[in-house]
Design a protein around this ligand. Structure first.
Ligand code: GAP
Length: 495
């Protein structure tokens, strides 16, 4: 084998194509031209996604202080008023009058070259050269922009945004001065309960699973007889009418979240935040994600309800991107639901005899976005004996198929033995039987599917009831007795 890794520059395009070819992910409604921002998980993809969710579920809930929940997607509309989503879950949006492309104003600068931005900024300053007040606002934003792009901050500025926008060409069609005024666009999908489509029957497809947990806080606490600190975990679909869906599964309109809200005494919030921050990053590493491609991005600018926030980011081929957020949400969520529902959500502390609203530490991961990170991270192209092979080096616990079983040839009783092995292993593992083509070709097909072990029945099997087990990554083979195969796979999945 030559060098270990050869990541193609166009890695996302390669992954999209491999995903379709091998049945990981298909475009939604493909035969009708597709539906933007929606994807379907094929036979291998659904296994990978299920394995990621299962690993998360075990890690988060197989402990004595975290309970599980599966709340409904549709909730009382007041939930979204209390959460602030009705008022604030908006993006500023502009359209190009010429080509009808739609853009988010607050990130428009990301699709414009540095040279063009510099030119527009110098023209902007020139336009306001006789207005020292506005000029100093512009300088202030340019010099003190924190983590934000100053160009985007200025685009959103009420006084200078419009002027700056008028200097830009549409990134899609290139025409000048074609943008509409910015308007607020709520990202929640709206629908109606019952037959009457009026304002009284509006409900929303949930944009996050977290609210289902907040409103069930006391139900879970009392039914599971939990005391603080304890958490509630949930996996489920979330929907956001994103203006710009992009980068395959990274930003979609329908996706899955894996969220856990940990309820704590206010005085213990900081130490639990630190605990979950470390635990969650370690989880990705424990499932084989490359450590050097993971980092924290601590927020300097915090949401009004948060006391601390960090993103766990993965280095995607298009740059660093958030895969999970960890937040100290204080007592904001439960206080708001108490206020809007009129029901007490206070916790009674047996020890101190106090009643108070707990603080919440949230860990909020995207199942679909983690899927993409695990898929990209596992993808290698390498040269083996003068030939290129594509391989997905999934951790065995995540691999969609755990083992493939081959008869070396389709005679001499080998297929019958291989079928017996398949039947036996299938009781506990997702396995695959393949008797088509040369064994080398069969190995390549399984490498590309990420199958960690290939079991071959050969001539020696007929003599001593052993088979070869070939390791996907080292490509080394060892002989294992047929009656030890199940134990062998179990041990590998536990490691
Ligand atoms: N309850 C907090 C919350 O929902 P968020 O940062 O908006 O926080 C959490 O979302 C995670 O959900 C993100 O880290 C990401 O993995 C995933 N996510 C959010 N929007 C997404 C989208 N449009 N497409 C795919 N995944 C998304």
């Amino acid at each position: 084998m030559s060098e270990k890794k050869n990541k193609p520059t166009d890695a996302v395009a390669n992954i999209v194509s491999l995903s379709k070819r091998r049945g990981f992910v298909f475009q939604s409604s493909e035969i009708y031209g597709g539906l933007n921002g929606c994807w379907d998980y094929g036979p291998l993809g659904v296994e990978l996604l299920k394995n990621i969710k299962e690993e998360w579920w075990k890690f988060m809930t197989y402990r004595d202080n975290v309970e599980g929940l599966d709340a409904s997607i549709l909730m009382h509309p007041k939930v979204w008023e209390a959460s602030g989503h009705v008022e604030n879950f908006t993006d500023p949006m502009i359209d190009c009058k010429q080509c009808k492309a739609r853009f988010r104003l607050d990130v428009l600068g990301d699709s414009i070259s540095e040279k063009k931005k510099e030119k527009a900024l110098s023209e902007l300053k020139n336009d306001f050269k006789d207005n020292p007040e506005i000029l100093s606002r512009i300088e202030e934003k340019i010099n003190n922009h924190g983590e934000d792009d100053p160009f985007n901050l200025l685009l959103e500025d009420e006084q200078v945004g419009k002027v700056l926008l008028s200097k830009l060409n549409c990134p899609q069609c290139g025409n000048a001065n074609t943008f509409t005024e910015a308007r607020k666009f709520n990202l929640m999908f709206k629908t109606f309960v019952g037959p009457v489509e009026d304002s009284g029957s509006v409900v929303y497809l949930r944009p996050e699973t977290a609210q289902g947990i907040f409103v069930n806080f006391l139900n879970v606490q009392s039914s599971a007889r939990q005391k603080l600190p304890f958490g509630i975990a949930q996996i489920g679909k979330a929907f956001r009418n994103e203006i710009n869906t992009k980068n395959f599964l990274f930003r979609t309109r329908e996706f899955e979240q894996m969220e856990m809200q940990f309820f704590v005494k206010p005085s213990e919030a900081k130490s639990w935040y630190d605990y979950w921050k470390v635990a969650r990053l370690d989880w990705y590493k424990s499932l084989g994600m490359t450590a050097s491609k993971l980092r924290y991005h601590d927020h300097i600018k915090l949401a009004h309800y948060a006391a601390a926030a960090t993103d766990i980011e993965y280095e995607f081929p298009f740059g660093w991107g958030e895969i999970e957020g960890i937040h100290n949400r204080t007592d904001y969520d439960l206080s708001r639901h108490e206020q809007f529902s009129g029901k007490s959500l206070k916790y009674f502390d047996d020890e101190t005899k106090e009643k108070y609203i707990p603080y919440i530490i949230e860990t909020s991961a995207g199942a679909s976005r983690s899927f993409m990170a695990f898929l990209i991270d596992a993808y290698y192209e390498e040269e083996v004996n003068g030939e290129m092979r594509s391989v997905l080096r999934f951790h065995p616990r995540l691999a969609p198929i755990k083992a493939a079983i081959f008869p070396l040839v389709n005679k001499d009783g080998m297929p019958e033995i291989a079928r017996e092995i398949e039947k036996d292993l299938r009781r506990n593992f997702k396995v695959f039987y393949d008797d088509k083509g040369a064994v080398g070709r069969r190995y390549r097909r399984q490498d590309e599917a990420g199958t960690p072990f290939c079991i071959t029945v050969d001539t020696q099997t007929l003599e001593d009831k052993t088979v070869t087990v070939r390791d996907r990554d080292t490509m080394q083979q060892e002989r294992i007795a047929i009656d030890q195969l199940s134990r062998y796979l179990s041990d590998k999945l536990l490691s």
